[in-house]
Design a protein around this ligand. Structure first.
Ligand code: ZN
Ligand code: FE
Length: 237
């Protein structure tokens, strides 16, 4: 079993999420996308965890700026797409799309979703039905096309859509309410979407992340996942 602790970073500015994940049986642990060190160190101290790894989804500073300080403090190894080895800070271990990475007894599948950046990967733990999507998939939205094309984003989204409905996902930012209105304008009478937004408001007002949301729900509500072809996707990009 994998335990997942979301950690809000750059609160009120970029609203990044880093995640502390712990493989329960072995207590092997990792930080996903350490945006900045301090909130992460605080969470690690609270749970008395020395993270073994840093797992990056992509090279952007708001996902990797904590790499150096956390590595110095905990001696953890930085893991990312081998193709990003030259631009992820403090890079130690390369993974490849289609291959796996072992965290204690938990196994992550690496899925290339180059579009937001070239070399962006998803960290997918099929046994635990947990997916970390970085800046590719957000709640009700997707990340911008910094280094890729609409075609590449469409193909990335098809990979996510192909994953089982009962997988839950954890995004790299809390952007839900930025896009709720737009999603609602496209589907004003969807009970699932109305319920999604109600739950999101409720959780955010309690200081909780909107994640985790099941892919089943996201596939029904996220306009970018709903796009059935490239033309439809381009229409809303
Ligand atoms: Zn990014
Ligand atoms: Fe980001």
């Amino acid at each position: 079993m994998l335990q997942v602790y979301p950690i809000l970073c750059r609160a009120g500015i970029m609203d990044n999420y880093a995640y502390l994940i712990i493989d329960e049986e072995t207590q092997t642990s990792a930080i996903i996308d350490p945006s900045e060190p301090n909130p992460i160190i605080k969470k690690c101290e609270e749970l008395k965890i020395n993270p073994d790894y840093i797992l990056n989804t992509h090279h952007h500073f708001d996902h990797t700026d904590g790499n150096l300080i956390l590595k110095q403090k905990y001696g953890c190894k930085v893991v990312g797409n081998i193709k990003d080895s030259h631009r992820i800070p403090e890079f130690d271990i390369g993974v490849e799309s289609g291959k796996t990475f072992t965290l204690g007894n938990s196994i992550a599948e690496i899925i290339d979703v180059s579009a937001h950046t070239q070399g962006h990967i998803l960290w997918y733990f099929p046994q635990d039905k947990v997916l970390f999507t970085g800046d590719t998939l957000f709640n009700l939205c997707i990340g911008g096309l910094f280094e890729g094309t609409a075609e590449e984003m469409f193909s990335a989204l098809q990979k996510i859509k192909a994953l089982p409905d009962d997988v839950v996902f954890y995004p790299g930012h809390e952007y839900t309410m930025h896009f709720a209105r737009e999603a609602l304008s496209l589907q004003p009478n969807s009970p699932v979407l109305i319920e999604y937004i109600k739950r999101a408001q409720d959780r955010l007002s309690q200081g909780l992340p909107v994640a985790p949301v099941a892919l089943k729900t996201e596939k029904q509500c996220n306009p970018y996942l709903r796009a059935e072809n490239l033309t439809e996707l381009k229409h809303i990009l």
